[in-house]
Design a protein around this ligand. Structure first.
Ligand SMILES: Cc1ncc(COP(=O)(O)O)c(C=O)c1O
Length: 305
């Protein structure tokens, strides 16, 4: 099946969506991107795009910081996404990748005096950490502080940091890396936020711990409160709290809710998936497919019935 991309203001075959090698962002990573999921609901033969508006609001905020003029409003971007996913017609889970970038054919390290453009592609994609339980390590690579490269933006260039951590972890036989902030507190995975269960409560690093403020993170905080009556504490966490936690899991658009069974060869509790993690993982899987009426407003259907 041919796939289509949104490029230079129109939907065209993916194979024709090519950039000139002089394009500024290819050299300096001066782009902001998003990762959005369309989740296939087999019973309804429908794809639901999850929390679409929130993703583009985060993209728009990132563009403000990088002085990238976003060509379209958030509402226009939402409409274009649905149009593109529908045009591709995949009947499976998909991943949507919008990118706002410096498009001038010019070299020179800067954010000013540049033109900007936007493209978007969509591809079939199953679970990112394709394991039932992830084995993780604490990375030797640290998350940059906000005054180095703001980690709260999905800026393309910052992902060199994530890639270094991921490759180190996998090279050492682990599934995923957990990074510390530059001041040594727990921060996040290479593509996920981190949650621990301590004294029956959820605890997660705070925005000041160099994290991307994940949309899945926000979703889980809300589901834990509404569905399980569990509040989430946002605070600095030390490395040893990770090893002593009763449960641990990672959250992300790509990774969904992925339980963590061990860290640095220390099992989390008995190494099995804990009860709070299991419940949240299962509720989340239903919610993103538009199966829970209370949360249907988070799900935008793609196909007209
Ligand atoms: C570094 C990093 N942290 C956290 C997340 C999770 O964010 P979200 O739940 O919005 O996908 C991602 C993925 O987008 C990420 O790349």
């Amino acid at each position: 099946m041919p796939s289509y991309a949104f490029f230079h203001d129109e939907i065209i075959p993916l194979e024709d969506a090519n950039l000139n090698i002089m394009t500024h962002f290819l050299h300096y990573g001066t782009a902001v991107f998003e990762g959005i999921r369309g989740n296939w609901n087999e019973d309804e033969k429908q794809t639901y795009v999850f929390r679409l508006k929130e993703h583009f609001e985060r993209l728009a905020n990132g563009c403000r910081v990088l002085k990238i003029k976003l060509k379209y409003s958030v509402d226009e971007l939402c409409r274009k996404t649905i149009e593109l996913v529908a045009r591709n017609g995949f009947e499976t889970d998909v991943y949507i990748r919008p990118v706002a970038y410096t498009s001038s054919q010019a070299l020179g390290v800067r954010l000013h005096n540049l033109e900007h453009d936007f493209f978007m592609l969509v591809m079939p994609w199953g679970p990112y950490l394709d394991v039932d339980k992830a084995r993780c390590c604490v990375s030797s690579w640290r998350r940059p502080a906000d005054n180095v490269i703001p980690p709260a933006l999905k800026a393309a260039g910052i992902y060199i940091n994530n890639a270094l951590a991921k490759t180190e972890a996998q090279g050492n036989g682990f599934d995923e890396a957990i990074m510390l902030s530059s001041d040594g507190y727990l921060s996040e995975g290479s593509g996920e936020n981190l949650f621990l269960v301590i004294d029956g409560k959820l605890v997660t690093p705070a925005p000041y711990n160099s994290i991307l403020i994940g949309i899945t993170r926000n979703t889980i905080i809300e589901l834990a409160r509404n569905e399980l009556g569990i509040e989430t504490v946002h605070r600095s966490l030390s490395r040893s709290e990770l090893y002593m936690a009763k449960e641990c899991f990672l959250t992300g658009t790509a990774a969904h809710v992925t339980p963590v069974s061990e860290i640095d060869e220390r099992p989390i509790a008995d190494g099995e998936i804990g009860p709070i993690t299991r419940q949240l993982r299962d509720i989340y899987a239903e919610v993103i497919r538009g199966k829970v009426p209370r949360y249907k407003s988070w799900c935008t259907p793609v196909y007209k019935k």
